[in-house]
Ligand binder design. Structure first.
Ligand code: ARG
Length: 566
């Protein structure tokens, strides 16, 4: 029996209120000393025509302790419940251990489809740190929704279409060197693309040439299409290397190009709804009543643009997946773009477009020299990941630790440290990238959480074959054990909070607090030290075991892997 539910049931019986209303009213007291659950009597005052403190007092007198509740206090207008700690620890740890990796999971999403679109880099351009932010948040959200039973698909909306590809083809034809490109594709392609812009300043005819190439590409011309595909394939190899390092996988790589032949229909649908108006030769949807710029659907030269491709993509996704939610994890500079396209879809009368959600995130500030720039001015993500792994390795060596597979351990910690940084705060906050914070083994960081796990596992290893499966958990009661087990109990809640707000940081904060409480617990509740009574040892080991499983599950939801020792 869940303690909270038990109390809600009792209160419902006693007050005659609806269960749902009681459930909404109960809250966690700000200080654990005040109790484990509080019921504010203020809303009852109107119905009963009595002062809340009096109501609290009368209710307290009618509530007797039982096997789950040990005390009920009336304080001001509140009823404060204290759980029976031994029963709480016993129930929670047993339930968590028997659920194992399923602890915290639910099936609230059963039968519902969530699409999470994230990462979406642009081909022939560097995969930059903003795309990494999107990748970290999107990957975590996809895992969180899966954990809650949703049918989840991860989509990568590659930036692989648009007039810039006409420029790239023109640049390649003029200065492209296949050998150099194949050695370092993105860097070389970027170089010739930048050169195109430089030279076009004095030779405007280059722009016309580029426009022609893009037109050819749109018309499906063989040679230009082959070149475009060549650039795309080279870029994908690079991107996939990064995704492999991060352990990220996509169900679809349908990018902007995929929708290039699906846009006429969109234009026709919007026209038929009477939404298109002419503006300087372009076809736009006027949104001036919302005080935002119009959404451009067709440019004056008849070419479609980013927004049109996005609308076509949403329609395609609706038809293909019949989604309940279609989430876009894209940086805040594009917030307006999403507002515009969502509004256009709404005006088109597409009911399903209500399921489209924009999930924005802030900027990443890179402190100047701190990043290696093997590639000139641009910070390449792969370099950042490798640098993190290298730095981690140094720290491990300097700490004098002797792990078996230092390369694997450094990789997991180094990558975990980066992912953690992106998921540490509410996503709309800007991030300042700092190695010191990221790799601070004692601070709020991935290494800190991973160390907590490794520490727990080492305790369990030391315990060898001690059988704690039937431990008497009442022997483990202590303030620190209680705080820890309460956190253990809160895992599922943290995951649902994260999904509700599309904020993985709820899980991040949860696991960090869990590890903090765990550190405190094993410092004040010795486990494998001599002198600890055998039965108490077993009870504490059972807690360690349950906590390790949850640290691992929670970190996995952030995309972070654990290591057994570090
Ligand atoms: N490729 C874009 C960029 O790098 C992001 C794409 C975002 N997704 C979308 N459906 N528009 O800025």
């Amino acid at each position: 029996m869940d303690f909270k539910e038990h109390i809600i049931e009792k209160l419902t019986e006693l007050t005659g209120l609806q269960t749902a209303d009681v459930a909404k009213a109960v809250e966690t007291p700000p200080d654990e000393k005040l109790g484990d659950l509080a019921f504010p009597c203020f809303p009852l005052a109107r119905v009963l025509r009595k002062a809340p403190p009096l109501i609290a007092k009368e209710l307290a007198a009618q509530l007797s302790s039982d096997e789950l509740i040990c005390r009920v206090d009336a304080v001001g207008g509140y009823l404060n419940f204290f759980y029976n700690r031994a029963a709480f620890i016993e129930n929670t740890v047993k339930a968590a251990r028997s659920a194992g990796e399923d602890w915290g999971r639910s099936d609230i999403g059963k039968g519902r489809t969530v699409l999470v679109e994230y990462s979406s880099p642009n081909i022939a351009k560097p995969f930059h740190i903003g795309h990494l932010f999107s990748t970290a948040v999107g990957n975590s959200l996809a895992k969180i929704y899966k954990f809650l039973g949703y049918n989840v698909l991860s989509l990568n909306h590659l930036g692989d279409w648009g007039t810039q590809f006409g420029k790239l083809i023109s640049a390649y034809k003029r200065w492209g060197d296949r050998e150099l490109i194949e050695k370092d594709p993105i860097n070389e392609l970027l170089k010739i693309y930048v050169r195109f812009h430089e030279e076009a300043e004095t030779q405007p005819e280059l722009e016309d040439e580029a426009r022609e190439y893009f037109k050819k590409l749109e018309d499906g011309d063989g040679e230009t299409t082959a070149l475009w595909k060549y650039f795309k394939d080279l870029s994908l190899v690079e991107f996939k290397r990064v995704y492999d390092m991060l352990g990220v996988e996509f169900d679809s790589y349908n990018g902007e190009a995929f929708y290039s032949d699906k846009m006429d229909e969109v234009v026709e649908l919007l026209r038929a709804k009477g939404l298109l108006v002419e503006s300087d030769g372009a076809q736009v949807v006027d949104l001036s009543d919302l005080n935002i710029p119009p959404c451009i659907i067709l440019k004056s030269d008849g070419a479609t643009i980013y927004a049109t491709r996005d609308i076509a993509a949403a329609l395609y996704r609706h038809r293909t997946y019949n989604f309940d939610k279609n989430i876009y994890v894209v940086g805040l500079p594009q917030a307006l773009h999403f507002r515009q396209i969502f509004e256009v879809m709404k005006r088109a009368g597409w009911e399903w477009s209500k399921g489209c959600e924009y999930v924005g995130f802030g900027l990443v500030k890179l402190p100047g020299k701190a990043m290696s720039t093997r590639h000139g001015d641009v910070v390449f993500l792969e370099d950042v990941l490798n640098e993190s792994i290298e730095k981690t390795k140094e720290i491990i060596i300097n700490n004098g630790s002797s792990v078996d597979d230092i390369d694997d351990v450094s990789k997991k910690i180094g990558i975990g440290a980066i992912l953690y940084t992106f998921l540490k705060n509410s996503r709309e906050k800007d991030i300042v990238f700092s190695w010191d914070t990221m790799l601070d083994f004692d601070g709020d960081s991935a290494p800190y959480c991973m160390y907590g796990y490794a520490r727990g596992r080492s305790i369990l290893r030391k315990a060898g074959d001690i059988d704690y499966s039937n431990a008497d958990l009442s022997l483990a009661v202590s303030d620190d054990a209680y705080t820890l087990v309460k956190l253990l109990n809160g895992f599922g809640g943290a995951v649902t909070d994260a999904a509700e707000r599309n904020e993985p940081f709820y899980v991040n904060r949860y696991v960090t607090n869990l590890v903090k409480a765990f550190n405190k617990f094993y410092n004040t509740n010795p486990i494998m030290k001599s002198g600890v009574d055998e039965e108490t040892k077993k009870a504490r080991l059972a807690i360690v075991d349950a906590v390790c499983t949850v640290i691992k599950s929670a970190l996995a939801l952030l995309g972070i892997s654990v290591v057994e020792s570090m």
